[in-house]
Design a protein around this ligand. Structure first.
Ligand SMILES: [Zn+2]
Length: 151
C-alpha cells in the first residue's frame, strides 16, 4: 500500500489521504532534510508544493486547492481503487479499530449513539468515530472523487 509524507503546506491534503485510508505522515516540526530522509527510509512518497524540495526527491503537487490536489494525487499514484475510507484516524494516522455498540455506548454522546450504527476507536489518540452527519459529508466527497469503496 502506498504511504506518504506530506509537507507542512498541505495539511488538508494529508488529512484527506488519511480519511481515505492511506498511511500519511504530517508533522510540521520536520525540516526539508528530515522529510526527504523519512520518505527514503520508510518508502514514503513525499508530497510538496515546494519546487526545490520536489526536485530533490518529491512529488510536486500542482494544484493549490485541496480537493483538486487530492484528485491529482489519487490519479498520479493510481489510488482510486485502493481507497479504504474511515479505516485510519484523520488526526493521528493510527489505524482505527471497529468497536461494538456495548463499548461505544460508554464512549459516544447519547444523541450520537442513538443515531449511529457503526463505531470505531483510535488506539493512538483515543478519539471515537461514528457514522453521523460528519461521516455523511465525507462520504459525499469520497463518492465525488470516484472512490468505489461500496463494493
Ligand atoms: Zn487518532
Amino acid at each position: 500500500m502506498r504511504k506518504f509524507v506530506v509537507d507542512c503546506m498541505l495539511g488538508k491534503l494529508a488529512r484527506w489521504l488519511r480519511i481515505l485510508g492511506f498511511d500519511t505522515v504530517f508533522d510540521c516540526s520536520l525540516s526539508d532534510a528530515q522529510l526527504l530522509h523519512l520518505a527514503r527510509s520508510q518508502g514514503r512518497a513525499l508530497l510538496t508544493r515546494d519546487r526545490e524540495l520536489a526536485s530533490k526527491g518529491g512529488y510536486l503537487v500542482k494544484s493549490g486547492d485541496w480537493e483538486q490536489a487530492l484528485k491529482e494525487v489519487l490519479d498520479a499514484f493510481h489510488l482510486k481503487d485502493k481507497i479504504s475510507p474511515f479505516t485510519r484516524c484523520p488526526v493521528c494516522n493510527s489505524p482505527l479499530r471497529e468497536i461494538g455498540a456495548e463499548e461505544a455506548k460508554l464512549l459516544v454522546p447519547p444523541i450520537a449513539f442513538a443515531r449511529a450504527t457503526k463505531f470505531a476507536l483510535c488506539p493512538g489518540c483515543g478519539r471515537v468515530y461514528w457514522d453521523g452527519t460528519h461521516l455523511k459529508r465525507m462520504e459525499l466527497i469520497v463518492n465525488k472523487l470516484g472512490g468505489n469503496h461500496e463494493r
